[in-house]
Design a protein around this ligand. Structure first.
Ligand code: NDP
Ligand code: OXD
Length: 307
């Protein structure tokens, strides 16, 4: 029951070492050294492309990341379970990134950076956290963890999802019919939605107009969810005051793209979070045990829903 890993080879070496320590009975191979294709039962990959179709005994595909939009599900045999990555390292990274971004916005650091460039010493009024309304699109593993941390600072927290959720201290909205009400009460909007047909292009002119004037955006979902021209226009009109953008379409963002030179925009190269190899192996091993026991695996996606 060999496991084949096809992703970043540097992290692959850490995976191999941890598998050798914790599960020496499971042969671990790093692509392209696949050995006998008929022996491979499990595939861990970022983008398997057509590889899965060439492995006749394959039983499960694990995404090496939290998202699965990079997998072309139509190229994976329909009977195969697809499991996304849920492990503590990726959650901690996202909580750190989102918290820092919200605090930077809340403490006016974008404006102070501009003042510094102009050598201006001009304090702005300090606003209590309770008066700053943070809203997270997506109440999944990451969105919920981010809200649970932000709530501790005293921010007025809300979230939006497809189905109803109940999170202590968080005003929960669900379904398309509630989106405008959620946006109308949101000063800092964080996008932590998976990329699906329903969320592609969701951060657009209409959504920006539904936010209070001068709201800010933290985009850590996926690039194609954001309509960049609409964001540029909203920034120019002051409808959006500032933006922290970790994901773009395309990636890398081309050097000539106008977003780079926006004064109140901070861009990072899709590093908000990343799978931690050590804890990822623990998560995969736990799921292999579940799979072998005939149990549902943690993070198994609904292929029809796309996440
Ligand atoms: P989950 O699958 O746990 O959560 C997704 C959430 O989005 C759920 O609450 C779901 O609603 C909601 N949702 C999905 N579609 C819709 C819709 N059409 N309308 C309203 N709500 C919707 O995902 P995670 O929290 O683990 O991860 C979220 C995303 O974060 C990943 O898919 C990935 O794209 C991104 N990511 C980015 C990283 C980065 O470094 N920038 C790193 C890791 C992840 P419901 O609960 O009702 O199903
Ligand atoms: C992920 C990512 O989905 O890194 O894990 O974006």
């Amino acid at each position: 029951m060999t496991l084949l890993y096809k992703s970043d080879p540097v992290r692959g070496a850490i995976w191999a070492e941890r598998f050798a320590d914790l599960a020496p009975d499971i042969p671990f191979r790093v692509w392209p050294d696949i050995g006998n294709p008929a022996a491979i039962r499990y595939l861990v990959a970022w983008q398997p492309d057509d590889l899965a179709a060439t492995l006749p005994a394959l039983e499960v595909v694990f995404s090496v990341g939290a998202g699965v939009d990079q997998l072309d599900l139509t190229r994976l045999p329909a009977h195969l379970p697809v499991v996304r990555m849920i492990e503590p390292g990726i959650v901690d990274g996202m909580v750190e990134y989102a918290t820092e971004a919200v605090l930077a916005i809340h403490r006016d650091l974008f404006d102070y950076a501009l003042q510094q460039q102009a050598r201006v010493w001009k304090p702005m009024p300090l606003r209590p956290a309770a008066s700053r309304r943070v809203g997270v699109l997506g109440l999944g593993v990451l969105g919920t963890a981010v809200l649970e941390r932000l709530r501790l600072f005293g921010f007025a927290c809300a979230g939006w999802s497809r189905s109803p959720h109940d999170i202590e201290g968080v005003e929960c909205f669900d379904g398309d019919a509630t989106l405008d009400a959620f946006l109308a009460r949101t000063d800092v909007l964080i996008c932590l939605l998976p990329l699906t047909d329903a969320t592609r292009g969701l951060l657009n002119r209409r959504v920006f107009a539904a936010l209070p004037k001068g709201a800010s955006i933290v985009h850590v979902g996926r690039g194609p969810q954001l309509v960049m021209d609409d964001l540029l226009e909203a920034l120019e009109r002051g409808q959006i005051h500032s933006a922290v953008i970790d994901v773009t379409d395309p990636e890398p963002l081309p050097a000539e793209h106008p977003l780079w030179s926006q004064p109140r925009v901070r861009i990072t190269p899709h590093i908000a979070s990343a799978t931690c190899a050590v804890t990822a192996v623990d998560a995969v091993l736990d799921n292999l045990r579940r799979h072998q026991a005939g149990e549902r695996m943690i993070g198994e996606i609904d292929r029809a829903r796309g996440y």
